[in-house]
Design a protein around this ligand. Structure first.
Ligand code: NAD
Ligand code: DAU
Length: 359
């Protein structure tokens, strides 16, 4: 069957990786409508490989713009929507939560309202086949102590940052639109992603960019916070499998079975760069590591129990952290122009805002 899908936030890090990988396996008649507001995190350079691909239709706009979304739904009649659009950076949510409330909560609500009107007018069979897949995060579950078991899908929601609280709110709205109106929704809660096209405000690309620019590598607090890292393309294949075979109304946790402390992530990157692009003075990039004031309310540990998606849908990550981080570091070395182009004045202002007051 020819498929038309609507992706929101498809010019950002995970969304762009999803659009690129989805079109690689889609047939010639497939279509992907990519709705993205192009905030600081959205970047058309991520999609440059698709500039001559008629299957990709890019529309700049807001998920909260009901007239625009309704127009797109009516015109293209997508059989699925994958909602990546969000404000996604925890530190930015601490400095200024408002955009997070606006996009992640109010925007998702307006998007759901547009979808509800569209879905109500579909035939019964089209209603049954339709899917709204909401891309969420493990951060909604809160923080784990070292000895606690990993998050399952039934773990209590205990979001701790304005970002995670806003994502938790959107998850609840999505759930309610299934329970109340019968919209066929799916929700995925994924752990930390890394890979190509990640904006260098997040730990891994920030450390790579700073290392190569001879800048400090800032470690918040004691660097012993634990995250569960997943290569972004593995996240995209998981989303595809949930879309194809997930149980309507269900949530699926997605993770890499790969818990690591932040300081170990940074050491790994330094060691790779020492081999691939040694410093001219012969010293290790580890010399640039600097411990700085901790993030407010910093969650200590996240860990995903991904056994449900493995058991029910047969999904497993293809990359280990070792293979994924090698590819990622190499991508940033090979794409220095991409990195330079996103380091605008606004980016430098953000670095100043987030790091200059830390001691
Ligand atoms: P990102 O910040 O790189 O990209 C977000 C994209 O959404 C950008 O292209 C931006 O322009 C767009 N956008 C923002 N507000 C919008 C709006 N109102 N209307 C339309 N488009 C808008 O984020 P990401 O890291 O790619 O994350 C994508 C999704 O995955 C988010 O929902 C995030 O919560 C979730 N998630 C991210 C991770 C991770 O490690 N990065 C892990 C789990 C879940
Ligand atoms: O867990 C999934 C989440 O992962 C996603 O929902 C978010 O969208 C995504 O941004 C990410 O959130 P984190 O806060 O975990 O990612 P970040 O890269 O900002 O930070 C990773 C860890 O590194 C975290 O413990 C904070 C720490 N850190 C981060 C930065 C930017 C530092 O020590 N120094 C830094 O400069």
């Amino acid at each position: 069957m020819t498929q038309t899908i609507l992706v929101t936030g498809g010019a950002g890090f995970i969304g762009a990786n999803f659009v690129l990988t989805w079109l690689q396996q889609a047939d010639v008649d497939a279509k992907i409508i990519n709705l993205d507001k192009l905030t600081y995190a959205g970047n058309m350079e991520n999609l440059v490989a698709l500039k001559d691909d008629a299957r990709h239709v890019f529309v700049q706009g807001d998920i909260g713009d009901k007239n625009l979304v309704t127009e797109l739904l009516t015109k293209y009649q997508p059989t699925a929507i994958i909602n990546f659009a969000a404000e996604s950076h925890v530190d930015r949510s601490i400095h200024g939560p408002e955009d997070f409330i606006e996009t992640n909560i109010v925007g998702t609500f307006h998007l759901l309202e547009s979808v509800r009107s569209y879905w109500n007018l579909l035939t019964e069979i089209a209603q049954q086949q339709f899917r709204f897949l909401h891309v969420s995060t493990d951060e909604v579950y809160g923080s784990l102590a070292v000895e606690e078991p990993a998050f399952t899908e039934t773990h209590t929601y205990e979001p701790n940052s304005p970002y995670s609280a806003s994502k938790a709110s959107s998850d609840h709205l999505v759930r309610a639109y299934h329970h109340t109106y019968g919209i066929p929704v799916l929700t995925t809660n994924c752990s930390n992603n890394y890979g190509a096209y990640q904006f260098p405000e997040k730990l891994i690309p920030l450390v790579i960019a700073n290392a190569l620019a001879d800048k400090d590598l800032p470690i918040y607090g004691d660097g012993q916070q634990i995250r569960d890292w997943l290569y972004v393309v593995d996240h995209c294949t998981a989303i595809n499998q949930v879309l194809a075979a997930g149980t309507v109304g269900a949530t699926y946790n997605i993770g890499g079975w790969n818990e690591m402390a932040n300081i170990d992530i940074v050491h790994t990157i330094c060691d790779l760069l020492d081999t691939k692009r040694p410093r001219t003075d012969g010293k290790s990039y580890r010399e640039q590591i600097t411990y700085v004031t901790d993030r407010l309310g910093h969650d200590r540990r996240y860990a995903i129990d991904a056994s449900k998606i493995e058991r029910e849908l047969g999904w497993k990550p293809a990359e280990t952290f070792n293979t994924g981080i090698q590819k990622t570091v190499q991508w940033y070395l090979d794409n220095s122009a991409w990195v330079a182009n996103v380091q605008s004045g606004a980016y430098r202002e953000w670095l100043d805002k987030n790091y200059s007051a830390r001691t």
